[in-house]
Design a binder for this molecule. Structure first.
Ligand SMILES: Cc1ncc(COP(=O)(O)O)c(C=O)c1O
Length: 441
């Protein structure tokens, strides 16, 4: 018979205890993870046996907030903050999310323009339109990154930011770009997706502009499968990016406080990083400099063994010490020869590829961004294009960035691996010399 005296009056508790119950995420999920690695069946069985024997293990809490254990996402943010040398760092689930959070933190919305390079993965520009703003596509130079003079010419009264992308592992001409931005009073958003860990004149990329955006998707330098980070020195921008990344949970210093200042409260989305990605990202961030040292060593060995010859040029590197070394870009005199050389290099086993071929669609080159060139809208409201008088919209065309098309059609990219041995590097350089001796006699 249950005690009728209420527990608050000293009676017996009706529910003395619940559980313990098995964790939400337990052994099966751990095995599912171990299965992602190509361990042989013997090793897998041994691992399973060891895990099976330990009965008292608690499962992981994969949500970064309200975590009874120290959050791996928070630890990754701190490691990334220190690596980049920024005051604040926010983990998100991709660089695409980081870019939207950055543009939103800057208050970018309909009727605004953001300058983007004609050579970048489409996400840099698509996210501008996703914020209902207009991407203004600007030409690049022989760094394969934004050309500062072209940027200066493209700035209008509607421009609200310049998105600088450090393409293919190497820093853009940041001094000239920051100078244009400073003179016009515009923030620079650095898209560091392809150059994580790189630097410009001693400062890590992502710490030079107002906000840095990083990708940790599997194809980048440091990775967690999917993932991204936002870095900034500005507490206000950090707070706004953080709010945007978590619906309207508005973490701020005091989560439930009223708005301290106009612009602190608004409705956001959900870009949170899970503890799984946080754990992988943390391990990768700690290895960044070791990984970069491997790329740089290999690239140097390959480049110094390539014989100079008339007609051969290299991509201009704005700061050799800050280049991540993930690839080497050669320019040949014309697109036809470039294509022939590229095929010959591949036949030699050199890990080479072209960048732009007018016959091959590629989301990294503005000429294929039909979504923007043809002003596509996701809804009947016609945004982002309908927010501006048609005559004030940019004049998009497939030939609007002639230098991008010229450089990219004449470029051969030689991919570098941080694990290449000296012999691998010598063989790759010899393969390049062999082909160029014939193609550029
Ligand atoms: C320059 C650039 N920006 C943004 C992105 C988008 O990154 P994510 O895949 O993390 O959204 C990429 C990815 O390829 C990229 O190369």
């Amino acid at each position: 018979m249950s005690d009728s005296k209420l527990a608050i009056d000293g009676g017996q508790k009706a529910v003395p205890r619940l559980g313990p119950y098995p964790p939400k995420i337990g052994r099966e999920e751990l095995w599912a993870l171990i299965d992602l690695w190509d361990f042989g069946p013997g090793t897998k069985d041994k691992l399973k046996e060891i895990i099976r024997r330990d009965r008292n293990v608690r499962g992981p809490h994969l949500f970064r907030y309200y975590n009874p254990k120290p959050s791996r996402v928070a630890a990754a943010e701190e490691a990334m903050r220190r690596l980049i040398g920024a005051r604040h760092c926010l983990a998100v689930n991709s660089c695409t999310s980081a870019l939207v959070a950055a543009y939103r933190a800057l208050g970018i919305g309909s009727g605004d323009e953001v300058i983007v390079p004609g050579y970048t993965f489409f996400a840099t520009a698509a996210t501008v339109a996703a914020c209902n703003a207009i991407p203004v596509i600007v030409d690049i130079d022989d760094t394969l990154c934004l050309d500062a003079r072209a940027v200066a010419k493209a700035i209008s009264r509607r421009t609200k930011a310049i998105a600088v992308v450090h393409m293919r592992g190497a820093p853009a001409q940041m001094d000239a770009l920051l100078d244009v931005a400073r003179r016009k009073g515009l923030p620079v958003v650095e898209d560091v997706a392809q150059a994580g860990g790189g630097s410009f004149h001693g400062k890590r990329l992502g710490s030079l502009g107002a906000i840095g955006c990083f990708s940790f998707d599997y194809y980048k330098i440091i990775v967690s499968g999917e993932g991204g980070f936002v870095t900034t020195d500005d507490e206000w921008l950090y707070t706004r990016a953080q709010s945007w990344h978590d619906t309207a949970a508005c973490w701020r210093p005091n989560r439930y406080a009223r708005e301290r200042r106009k612009g602190e409260l608004f409705c956001g989305e959900n870009y949170r990083m899970s503890e799984l990605e946080g754990a992988v990202a943390l391990a990768q961030i700690r290895r960044t400099d070791q990984v970069l040292a491997g790329y740089r060593r290999a690239k140097k060995l390959i480049k110094q063994a390539i014989a100079p010859r008339p007609g051969l040029a290299f991509r201009r590197i704005t700061d050799a010490a800050g280049d991540t070394g993930i690839c080497l870009v050669l320019f040949l005199p014309n697109p036809g020869l470039t294509r022939k050389a590229m095929i010959a290099l591949q036949a030699e086993g050199v890990p080479a590829g072209g960048i732009y071929d007018a016959q091959i669609r590629d989301w990294h080159i503005y000429a294929y961004w039909d979504h923007i060139l043809k002003k596509k809208a996701v809804a009947r409201d016609g945004l982002p294009w309908s927010a501006m008088p048609p005559r004030e919209l940019p004049k998009y065309s497939r030939t609007m960035c002639p230098r991008a098309l010229d450089f990219l059609a004449r470029a051969i990219i030689v991919n570098v691996d941080c694990h290449y041995s000296a012999a691998d590097c010598a063989a790759i350089a010899e393969g390049i010399n062999k082909v160029l001796r014939v193609m550029l006699p």
